[in-house]
Design a protein around this ligand. Sequence first.
Ligand SMILES: Nc1ncnc2c1ncn2[C@@H]1O[C@H](COP(=O)(O)OP(=O)(O)OP(=O)(O)O)[C@@H](O)[C@H]1O
Length: 243
Amino acid sequence: MTTPPALEVREVTVRYGDVLALDNVTVEIGRGVVCGLLGANGSGKSTLLKTIAELVTPQSGHVRIHGLPPAQARKNGLLGYVPQSEQVDWAFPVRVIDVVMMGRYGHMGLTRRPRKSDRDAVAEALERTGLTDLAHRQIGALSGGQRKRAFIARGIAQGATVFLLDEPFAGVDKPSERTIVRVLREMRDEGATLLVSTHDLAGVGELCDEAILLHRRVLAHGSPDRVLVPELMLRAFGLEEPA
Ligand SMILES: Nc1ncnc2c1ncn2[C@@H]1O[C@H](COP(=O)(O)OP(=O)(O)OP(=O)(O)O)[C@@H](O)[C@H]1O
């Protein structure tokens, strides 16, 4: 039997009322890959990530994570998701350590009582993301970059093997950006698959092994030097000269 890809999106179409957000999107990503998700505003990047995370239900098509439906993969802790900052209620009174511990819920059973292994995993994730000293701060009291790092720490503590990140570099200071790039590469080197939506085209070559160019449909998917070419970028960003 062949091993299924880490992430498989097959013929997915998503509409919000009259708006066609994704049109028959098919993507496969292997294990141990960082893949950048690129496209103009409104091209469907967030919708694709939300569909994989089952926060949006497609009109047709399906998603598999290591061959499993997303709900099952989430239950097994395989699927992690870092939302765009605007989607999070930062006034919610939780501490950084509580956010990271949420990544362990799938490991705890129904009692949700942390064991030593859970506390150790949280401590390691905080350490790797440089948040140990901020562990007891309210999440809303952190900078943009620190907040992103807290959500990434949650995914590390969870042991996610497919990790979706929606604009992890938006509103992030340089030191946090460097930490995030290092941590994402480490996760990739440990075998995780990361799908990262970003507007930071300059950083794609440095971070990503592959890139997907989206414009409701997949315009291109391959190595960054094959995808980030003027002809495709002009099409993706709607700057194509009239024929
Ligand atoms: N909840 C919603 N209801 C109605 N339309 C929506 C909804 N969410 C997204 N859309 C529309 O679907 C299309 C794709 O949006 P999406 O947020 O996925 O794009 P995006 O590439 O992530 O954009 P951005 O880079 O601006 O975040 C856009 O036309 C958007 O206006």
